[in-house]
Design a protein around this ligand. Structure first.
Ligand SMILES: [Zn+2]
Length: 62
């Protein structure tokens, strides 16, 4: 069984060339959008955690 070096598109799973991550421009843009969404979500969660911690800490400081 010949093993040709290849990857799979990380968005849709299609087999692609080994030096590529996406099968198409469309999949690349989809991934970029997802990455941005996830970064925003992480930032949001971090801020919420910070606010919650402050809510617990501030009464103790008084
Ligand atoms: Zn794809």
């Amino acid at each position: 069984m010949p093993l040709v070096p290849h990857r799979h598109c990380i968005v849709c799973g299609k087999a692609i060339e080994a030096d590529k991550y996406y099968c198409s421009e469309e999949c690349e843009q989809k991934m970029e959008k997802e990455r941005k969404r996830q970064r925003n979500f992480t930032l949001f969660m971090f801020l919420m955690l910070l606010i919650i911690l402050l809510m617990f800490w501030l009464p103790l400081l008084r």
